[in-house]
Structures are given as C-alpha cells and as structure tokens.
Design a protein around this ligand. Structure first.
Ligand SMILES: Nc1ncnc2c1ncn2[C@@H]1O[C@H](COP(=O)(O)OP(=O)(O)OP(=O)(O)O)[C@@H](O)[C@H]1O
Ligand SMILES: Cc1ncc(CO)c(N)n1
Ligand SMILES: [Mg+2]
Length: 518
C-alpha cells in the first residue's frame, strides 16, 4: 500500500511538472498572437508572405481566420500557412472550424462563445491540441476554464474596425478575469502599437492583433513596435516613473525618488517639472520646465518603457497639471501616488494656490493615494489638525472630497512616525431626503481605516521624507503589494534611511537612501 501511495505521489508530481512546462510554453507562444484577415491582401501581398514576415519579426502564434473562402479553398490556404508556421516552430490555430483543424492536423482551434463547446472540440482534437475560448465576462472565463480551455481571448480591448459594433471589455474586467483564472489570458480587439501599452499591468500574458499587423504597410516595423509592448507583459523588473522637481541637494525631489526606487529594487524613470537651486537651508531659485517639454518627457517614457506605477511630486503650474492629467488618462496609468508638495521642509513654497486647485480638480481623482503631511492636510480638509482624532477626521474629509485614498502623515509633531490611512474600499450612491434629482445624488465612499505606526527616530535630519515615502510606496505598488502593505514596507525603509543618521548640510539634512538591508 505504502509503495503504491509513493508511486502515485511521484506520478502526480511528474504530471504537474509536465503541465506547468506546457503552460509556460503556451504563455510564451501567446505573447504576440497574429490573427489573419485577408481583407488587406493584394496581388503582391499574399497572406502567406504576410504571415512569413510577421513570424520573422517576432509573432509567436498564428490564428487563421477566414470567412469568405469555400471549404476547399480554406483547406488549401490553411495547409500552406501551417507549413510556413511549422518551419519556424510557430503554433498554427484555426478560428472556429474544429473539423478543418482536425483535418489538417493544426495545433489547435480558437472558439467563440457561439461556436462548438470546448468539451466537444477536445473530444475531436484530443488532449494535446490547444483550445482557446473567447470570454467577455468573468462567468464566461470561469466556464471556459472548467470546460478545458487552454487559454482565453478577452475583448474587444479597444473599439475595433475589424469587427464593427463589437462589445468592448473594460480593462478592470480584464484584470478581474486574469486574477480569477489559472490559464493564460490574451487580449484581443482593436489593439495597435499606440494603445497596446495600456494593457500592461492587467495580467494578460500576450495580445492578439489583427489589423495592426495584416493591414500594416510595414509589417516588420509594426511587429517590432508591438513586440516592445508584449515583452513588457511578463517582465520581472518593475518600473516606476517620478513626475517631480529636481532638488540640487539630492535629498528630495526626483533625486530622492530615483535613489529610493533603486534601493527598493525597481527601475526608476523621471519627468522633471522644475529645477530648484536648493539645499538643506532653503530654496534660492526655481526654473519651471515648459508644459511642452514636460509633455515630451512623458510621451517618450509611456511609448517606450511603460511605468508600473507613478509618483507625482512638485508641480510648477496649472498647465503642467493639465499635461500630466491628460497623459495619465491617455495611457491609463496605474498605481498613482500623489504627494501634494506645497512647502519644503525648509519652509520654501513649492506650489502656487492656482496650481494646487488645478491639481485637486484634475489629478487627485486619478490618484490611487495622496500623501499629505499635516500642514497640507489642514489646507485640503480646511480644518485644523491638533491631534490624532483630527487626523482621522481630516483624512476622511479629504478622501470623500477628492475620491481617492489618503495617507495622512504624522510627521510635523502631531504623531511624528504614525500615519493614518483612509482607504477607499467601495462606493455607494446616496440621495438626499428631498426629491431625487441628478444633483442630489452624491457618491459616498466606504473606507478601510488604519493607523500605520512607525518607530520615531530621534533625528532632525528629515529633508525629503515625504518624497522618499511616496516613492517607496509607488515602488511597492509596482511590485504588487496592496496599498496598506506598500505603506508598511515603505515606512520600514524610511526609518532605516533616517536611522542611518547621515548628517549633511547646515539645515535639516537628507536621509541615507542607499540603505540596502530592507
Ligand atoms: N523622525 C521620524 N522617524 C520616523 N519616521 C518619520 C520621522 N519623521 C517623519 N517620519 C515619517 O516619514 C514620512 C514622511 O512624513 P513627513 O510628515 O515628514 O512628510 P513631508 O513633510 O511631506 O516630508 P517632506 O519634507 O519631504 O515634504 C511619514 O511616514 C512619517 O511618519
Ligand atoms: C524639488 C522638491 N520637491 C519636493 C520637495 C519636498 O520636500 C522639495 N523640497 N524639493
Ligand atoms: Mg512633503
């Protein structure tokens, strides 16, 4: 009996290893998934040549989708494309037509919601073939997985010209599907080299592309651009973008941000809003970056290395606020930590009222969390903060007002190292007692409230603590921590950085960002 049990255990382990390696192989094959469409073929642009060029430049799987040819013509063309793919060890799938896939021994089939069930297709094709299923909802995704689908195709990810009036899936639903299933997920529908970046961070392992490849005048060029996106879906190194000012002393601003990101083992990038001549005693001059140059910095980053999270610090003027908010919406930026920088520790004013007001309108609602210190929270909540109770009230007022979570930092002598997190956990529409009307409906938020306590380090050198904390939070969000744990880990980092007791400069000095034992 003992021996039998042991043999079963070993067999199960081997089966699990084989299944995992097959799944990893499929994840790689689904990375850049070309779906053919003959509407763009010409005399001198046959589908066979297009498929060859796409594969030579990085496409990792081909699906043959043909609605206009006869069955015989489809079979001939499918056999020709199958040979081209197999010569390059690229899997070749057939859209919808399970019997054609069986007849030419294709590597699998992709089934729409209205096609044959995956169970029947599996009986026809056998255990080793790839069966993909389209899913537009979590229910459809779970059902397809339970019926033996090897992967899911979810979409349309964007409005698409290939299939008019098709249902467009929200990227939040896409994220939810990826979190709920254990099989690989690709996005499909309307994807091109301009919008594909927005899919990074949703959890998909690849994207299925039609027109952006087969309608392209330069397939090689288009595939290379698409490849720069899909290689970021599964990358291990996380990237964080700081949009902030430069602090010549190196203790705050983008300098503190990039040092913090490095110490927290993420790849840091920066878009500079202002150059300040600054040291531990104050700011002697500020030169704003033009909105055009800020826009160009942001565009160059988002079109090449997609940031897994964003930290926003000092913003110079309201035009910059508009540029930043437009860019964050255009690229569906995720994990946005906004530090409402108003005054430096040295007392220097870093943001005008009109800029702050524009940021409240355009940026705060986009933020995952804002991290005001006590003076900033008094301005945002329009009330004094004298004790912990005041901190809790002010944080909730700010969260309700701007529709984002709030970390009210305890520095500046109310609580020093203990911060209060008022995290939005849901929304409910509440109507006032009078007659229901649009204007009387107000979104109320549900909150998770936590004190996140720290160990107060007895050290006056705390220049840049806010920049450092918000960058550390952004780094942790990029690595996949939830908001509360991102803050807990960030505070542990900042306490080590303060505790290293660097003593530089005449005024309140900077921290030792280079502490590595995290
Ligand atoms: N002496 C200290 N010991 C431990 N933690 C501290 C200390 N001072 C501040 N902190 C923590 O550092 C973080 C930043 O808080 P602080 O109020 O200093 O931000 P800030 O005023 O925005 O900083 P900055 O000067 O960069 O704008 C918070 O988590 C706070 O609890
Ligand atoms: C450039 C810059 N950004 C933010 C702060 C906040 O400390 C600072 N002192 N300088
Ligand atoms: Mg601050």
């Amino acid at each position: 009996m003992e021996k039998k049990l042991k043999e079963n255990k070993i067999t199960n382990y081997i089966v699990e290893v084989i299944n995992n390696s097959k799944k990893n192989q499929l994840v790689n094959q689904l990375n850049l998934y070309g779906v053919t469409d003959s509407m763009w073929t010409r005399e001198n642009r046959t589908l066979a040549n297009q498929v060859k060029e796409a594969i030579e430049n990085g496409v990792t799987m081909i699906q043959y989708r043909e609605k206009n040819l006869s069955q015989d013509e489809k079979k001939e063309e499918a056999k020709e494309l199958l040979d081209i793919c197999h010569k390059k060890s690229i899997p070749f799938l057939i859209d919808d037509d399970v019997y054609l896939a069986k007849e030419i021994d294709a590597d699998g089939v992709h089934l729409g919601q209205k096609d044959m069930s995956p169970v029947k297709a599996r009986q026809i094709l056998g255990a080793d073939k790839i069966i993909g299923v389209t899913a537009k909802t979590v229910e459809q995704a779970l059902k397809a997985q339970s019926e033996g689908a090897n992967y899911l195709g979810c979409g349309a990810a964007f409005v698409t010209s290939t299939k008019k009036d098709t249902y467009v899936i929200s990227h939040n639903v896409l994220k939810e599907i990826c979190s709920k299933v254990s099989i690989p997920v690709v996005a499909i529908g309307g994807i091109n080299e301009k919008n594909g970046m927005n899919l990074i961070g949703t959890g998909i392992c690849g994207m299925a592309v039609v027109g952006a490849i087969f309608a392209s005048e330069n397939i090689a060029e288009s595939v290379k651009k698409l490849k720069n996106i899909t290689k970021q879906f599964m990358r291990k190194t996380k990237t964080v973008l700081t949009i902030a000012g430069s602090d010549s002393s190196g203790g705050a601003g983008i300098q503190a941000d990039l040092k913090t990101m490095n110490a927290n083992k993420v790849y840091g990038m920066s878009a500079i809003t202002a150059i300040t001549a600054q040291n531990t005693t104050g700011v002697s001059m500020i030169n704003n970056v033009t909105p055009e140059l800020l826009d160009a910095q942001l565009e160059s980053i988002f079109t090449d290395i997609y940031p897994d999270s964003i930290k926003i610090g000092m913003i110079s003027d309201k035009e910059q606020v508009r540029v930043i908010s437009e860019k964050l919406k255009k690229y569906e930026a995720k994990n946005i930590v906004l530090d409402p920088v108003m005054v430096a520790t040295s007392g220097a004013n870093l943001s005008e009222d009109e800029t702050i007001n524009e940021a409240k309108k355009l940026l705060y609602p986009l933020a995952t969390v804002i991290t005001p210190n006590i003076p900033e929270a008094e301005i945002l909540a329009e009330q004094e903060i004298k004790n912990s109770c005041d901190m809790e009230k002010a944080a909730e007022i700010i969260a309700n007002k701007y529709g984002c979570s709030v970390l009210l930092k305890g520095g500046h002598c109310v609580n020093d190292a203990n911060d209060f997190l008022c995290e939005i956990s849901g929304t409910e529409s509440k109507t006032s007692d009078d007659i229901v009307s649009k204007k009387s409906c107000k979104t109320q938020y549900q909150f998770k409230k936590n004190w996140i306590n720290g160990d107060r380090i007895n050290n006056q050198n705390t220049h840049g603590t806010g920049c450092t904390l918000s960058s550390a939070i952004a780094s942790n969000l990029a690595k996949g921590y939830d908001l509360k744990n991102s803050i807990i880990h960030a505070k542990k980092y900042i306490e080590k950085a303060i505790g290293a007791n660097l003593d530089l400069g005449e005024g309140s000095g900077p921290m030792a960002h280079f502490v590595t034992e995290l």
